[in-house]
Design a protein around this ligand. Structure first.
Ligand code: C5P
Length: 243
């Protein structure tokens, strides 16, 4: 039964978007008890490199390296192999067939590292998509890319909280759905064009939610994370009760 036995804390990915290893450590010391997965993104990786991934791993939680890789197949495959050697649990790759297939090849020998396909970024709206030459809806683009991700053997996708229902009904394989652009009700959605609350994201079928600024910038980051986990837990528990 979906949702049964899930500990919501394990499904909260904290986006550790800070500029230095020192800032990362002091933030992790505050939130470590309230979040499940630590996401290292482009900012922190650009400033501190692989050493920061090793530091974050010492907190004993799965590490999500959000490099949003996109390049020719050879480069993606070799890069993915280097990332796998770092011992991370999740790596993001933009959802183009050749890049995704290369990433799946590159993690050979490290099946524990999940390859997540970035479908359509949550700050993209319909006008942005049209400008890029795609005439369909955002949902159609997300579903098409999720299908490709499943076909080439990815473990999951990144999609907004508006799309999990459509992905689940269009794609048979059990893809993980990881949802950023998540904001507690009433909070500023920042640049996210397709934001959802934690409850909405889980209710729609997300397995993980990604949250950065609402935790990082809160007066009490630990309490902010706990409130999000509580809202997620209620949604998972509700799922486990529905037939
Ligand atoms: O601060 P906020 O909660 O908006 O942070 C969201 C995080 O998720 C950022 O680290 C951003 O890079 C990432 N993200 C993503 N895919 C999206 C939107 C945001 O990986 N579609």
């Amino acid at each position: 039964m979906k949702g049964a036995g899930i500990q919501a804390k394990d499904r909260l990915v904290f986006a550790l978007d800070v500029p230095t290893a020192q800032a990362a450590e002091s933030m992790l010391d505050r939130v470590r008890e309230s979040v499940g997965v630590i996401k290292v993104g482009l900012e922190l990786f650009a400033s501190e490199g692989p050493a920061v991934v090793r530091m974050v791993r010492q907190y004993g939680k799965p590490v999500f390296l959000d490099l949003k890789v996109l390049d020719i197949a050879e480069t993606v495959q070799r890069t993915t192999a280097r990332v796998a050697d770092l011992g991370v649990s999740f790596l993001t790759v933009h959802a183009e067939r050749k890049a995704l297939a290369a990433a799946v090849k590159g993690r050979a020998g490290h099946p524990e590292m999940n390859i997540l396909a970035v479908t359509v970024l949550t700050n993209v709206d319909q006008a942005d998509l049209r400008e890029s030459g795609f005439d369909g809806t955002i949902e159609q683009a997300v579903v098409a890319r999720a299908r490709v991700a499943a076909e080439v053997g990815c473990d999951g996708v990144i999609a907004s909280g508006k799309e999990p229902t459509a992905i689940r009904s269009a794609v048979d394989s059990p893809l993980l759905i990881v949802t950023p652009g998540v904001r507690p009700a009433g909070k500023d959605v920042d640049e996210h064009a397709r934001a959802a609350t934690p409850r909405q994201a889980i209710h729609a079928g997300a397995d993980y939610v990604v949250v950065g600024r609402p935790i990082r910038d809160a007066p009490d980051p630990c309490a902010a994370a706990r409130a999000i986990v509580d809202e997620m837990q209620a949604a998972f528990d509700q799922q486990s009760l529905s037939p």
